[in-house]
Write a protein that binds this ligand. Structure first.
Ligand code: KG4
Ligand code: ZN
Length: 340
């Protein structure tokens, strides 16, 4: 008999619901992006995001069920992201999932958003062999995680300041490219010279697996200030390409260092920045050189979506790891440490 899970994701600015069968067959994955609403503010406005989630949540869930051809009474469990993320945004998904779990008397599964990102890799072939080093790169996180099995995470390194995605978004803003910046920089960089502007790469002391992107971001801002003071023309494509190259160099070097330190044959990428073209290419090239396997999800499963939450929930279901109906949003929830 198959296991049908409805999953809900509202941690930031995408309202999403998905239906998964047996944790791997994605019957539907509806993603309603609020990007157009937040674009005029140059970033996500938390209060606006919560209100938008409220407007959309029931429609998105209905659409996910309809597209999957599944009725409420066929669901075996309902899963929801309960952190980390924006508290008001998370609460909308958590309240909806709790109501469904209570109304249908089915298990509620609370999922960590980062565990969701990691789990997007289990939706693609080939399936990873543990242990795995996973680089989790999103708008809020830049983490290197050693994964020894489903639900077994060791945080090896994290950013000490800006997350990688945050740096992409900020650099895009100073270049006047718009929001969200990551995909726009990625596209523009393709036509630029990535050696045009020397930019710093923060490797930090010793064999540290931590990251720092604020120096790189500041160097780009200083370059643009100097150019405008001296009246020089700025080639935006060259700036985008040089920045992207500097960020990717560090991400790739440290991920491979972690794989060598922990003797892992498989590397995974997760999170919105894992959609970056150069990161995917460079990681592929370098992993191949070192005879390590590389797995990454298709771009639509890298950025926020509910299918990844449903996949993570499936493995929690198999472990009997259910949340009580008192489940609350936990905005700073760490990976691997459930709070319910
Ligand atoms: O995982 P995600 O959708 O949301 C969070 O959990 O934060 O990641 C969003 C981040 C944003 O900072 C966005 O600019 C970045 O991922 N991003 C990219 C690309 N696509 C999305 N960054 C670089 N290159 C991309 N192609
Ligand atoms: Zn995310």
């Amino acid at each position: 008999m198959s296991l049908i899970i409805l999953s809900v994701e509202t941690s930031c600015d995408e309202t999403s619901a998905a239906v998964l069968v047996d944790g791997t067959i994605v019957k539907s994955n509806i993603i309603s992006s609020q990007v157009d609403v937040h674009r005029k503010f140059g970033g996500v406005v938390p209060e606006v995001a919560s209100r938008k989630h409220l407007e959309l949540i029931n429609h998105v869930i209905r659409e996910a069920l309809d597209e999957a051809g599944i009725d409420f009474d066929e669901l075996d469990a309902v899963a929801v992201t309960y952190g980390p993320g924006l508290v008001g945004a998370l609460l909308v998904g958590v309240a909806a999932a709790k109501a469904i779990a209570f109304g249908l008397d089915i298990p509620l599964i609370g999922v960590n958003h980062l565990e969701g990102h990691v789990s997007a890799n289990f939706l693609v072939e080939p399936k990873p062999n543990f242990p795995v080093i996973c680089l989790v790169v999103s708008g809020g996180h830049t983490d290197l995680v050693l994964i020894s099995g489903f639900g077994q995470y060791d945080l090896l390194g994290a950013t000490r300041d800006d997350a990688a995605g945050e740096a992409f978004d900020k650099v895009a803003r100073v270049l006047g490219l718009g929001y969200p910046g990551g995909p726009l920089i990625d596209k523009l960089a393709a036509s630029g010279d990535d050696t045009a502007i020397p930019l710093p790469r923060a490797y930090l002391a010793g064999d540290s697996l931590d990251f720092s992107f604020s120096g790189l971001k500041t160097a780009v801002i200083n370059h643009l200030h100097r150019a405008s003071q001296k009246g020089f023309h700025v080639n935006k494509a060259n700036v985008a390409a040089s920045f992207r190259r500097a960020a990717v160099d560090v991400l790739v070097d440290k991920t491979l260092l972690a794989a060598r330190q922990h003797n892992t044959g498989t590397i995974m990428l997760a999170g919105g920045v894992a959609a970056n073209q150069l990161l995917r290419e460079e990681m592929t090239r370098r992993a191949h050189q070192e005879a390590r396997r590389l797995i990454y999800p298709p771009p639509v499963l890298c950025t926020d979506n509910a299918a990844m939450i449903g996949c993570a929930a499936y493995y929690k279901y198999l472990r009997g790891d259910f949340a009580p109906l008192t489940l609350n949003a936990v905005p700073n929830l760490p990976l691997g440490q459930d709070r319910y």
